[in-house]
Design a protein around this ligand. Structure first.
Ligand SMILES: Cc1cc2nc3c(=O)[nH]c(=O)nc-3n(C[C@H](O)[C@H](O)[C@H](O)COP(=O)(O)OP(=O)(O)OC[C@H]3O[C@@H](n4cnc5c(N)ncnc54)[C@H](O)[C@@H]3O)c2cc1C
Length: 374
């Protein structure tokens, strides 16, 4: 007889942690399985730490609705659990006539999405609030901010544990088999390979989530779940730039990302990035030859920076459903009952704004779990 648990969550990134915190209860056996030795060592600690407002995506998408809900929940969580954050606001800048048209479209999209505090700024209005930024016009989003993502992850982890969730590190899920109304999960840990059974399986495996869905028997090509890796590198600016900007500064967005933006960190250090490059394999090195491209891209609106002041910092990899030059793809949050897998919930393509949306995604998953169990 296999040991049996109620819920197995695969992955202890922000999504697995937030979900564990949302559904853990003393009488429910919730187990989080993580292949690394600790939580949050992959995409959840390799990002811009921006609390997004919810401007960019179609109004009826999960990316928009969960970002808006998540943003409000995150600010509340930060207040309640003493997580460092700053609602410093964000400015999207336009350098040309075409980009002004793009800004106006973003303004309209944001308003449609329910982001009601957006403001279009003329060059003079921009200069009043950010005198060091060069642009022909700008869009101000006052509700965007930054947070200390490690403290958020730690807070989800300790709250989930207090509610009774169990975390099992150094444990990789290598097989999932539906047996009757349960799933048999095969795991590899330091002691070797073993198995247990779970009634519900939540796949929050980030960059690996398509393969985990495939392990369970989902035809990922047919379902449209195949992930593409899209690398984002960061450079930082030396400390002399610390006080030259006070908000997040973004260019108008690109096809695969939001464009190389400028983020003043909670410690005042200014970070540039990420770029967006589709890659075949995951590696977190920063290609120093990108320095000039970063400079060219940000120098348009930060004319005071010098190329030699850019230092390579770190990189992250986006788990994207959208391949190069393909159309918008939404988050996949799917209870696979119709595909013949009741109790299997897949979270795939949780790229930006996944950090912002995490507490709302967790509520959404809890709703699905409750519906299934009752
Ligand atoms: C460059 C970049 C910038 C970003 N900037 C922002 C931003 O500013 N704001 C924002 O809101 N979002 C941002 N995001 C998006 C955000 O970081 C992600 O949406 C979020 O971190 C995804 O969390 P996750 O838990 O799904 O994935 P992860 O953090 O990758 O966690 C998945 C976990 O699953 C584990 N795992 C995988 N397979 C298995 C297995 N078989 N068995 C056991 N464990 C397994 C992994 O080890 C990992 O720990 C950014 C992303 C990138 C790449």
């Amino acid at each position: 007889m296999l040991t049996e648990v109620d819920v197995a969550i695969i992955g202890a990134g922000v999504i697995g942690l937030a979900t564990a915190n949302e559904i853990a209860q003393p009488k429910k056996g919730v187990f989080v399985l993580e292949k690394n030795h600790n939580f949050g060592l992959e995409t959840s600690s390799r990002n811009s730490e921006v609390i997004h407002a919810g401007i960019y995506y179609p109004e009826d998408s999960l990316k928009t609705t969960l970002c808006l809900e998540g943003k409000n929940l995150l600010y509340e969580l930060c207040e309640r659990h003493d997580i460092a954050y700053k609602k410093l606001g964000k400015i999207i800048v336009a350098a040309s006539e075409d980009e002004i048209t793009q800004l106006e479209k973003l303004y309209e999209q944001g308003r449609k999405n329910g982001v009601e505090d957006l403001m279009l700024l003329s060059r003079t209005e921009l200069k009043k609030i950010e005198p060091n930024i060069e642009a022909r016009a700008a869009l101000l989003s006052p509700s965007s901010g930054i947070l200390d993502s490690y403290s958020l992850l730690k807070s989800f982890h300790s709250q989930a544990r207090e509610k009774g969730a169990h975390f099992v590190f150094n444990t990789e899920v290598i097989g999932i088999e539906k047996v009757g109304t349960r799933y048999k999960l095969q795991i590899r840990d330091r002691e070797g390979i073993s198995a247990f059974a779970s009634r519900i399986v939540i796949n929050a495996a980030g960059l690996n989530s398509d393969r985990v869905a495939q392990l369970a028997g989902i035809d990922i090509a047919k379902a449209g779940y195949k992930l593409h890796y899209c690398k984002g590198e960061y450079f930082s600016l030396s400390s002399k730039y610390r006080h030259l900007i006070s908000r997040l500064i973004y260019p108008t967005p690109e096809q695969a990302g939001k464009g190389i933006h400028v983020t003043p960190g909670l410690n005042g250090r200014v970070r540039l990035g990420p770029n967006a490059r589709y890659v075949e394999a995951i590696d977190y090195g920063v290609d120093e030859t990108q320095r000039q491209a970063f400079y060219n891209s940000t120098n348009r609106f930060l004319p005071f920076i010098k190329v030699e002041d850019l230092e390579p910092e770190f990189a992250g990899v986006r788990p994207k459903l959208q391949g190069p030059n393909e159309a918008f793809r939404d988050f996949v949050i799917s209870h696979e009952e119709k595909a013949g897998f009741p109790g299997l919930i897949n979270l795939i393509g949780i790229e930006s704004p996944g950090l912002t949306a995490a507490p709302a995604i967790a509520r959404y998953v809890r709703g699905t779990v409750d519906e299934y169990l009752h």
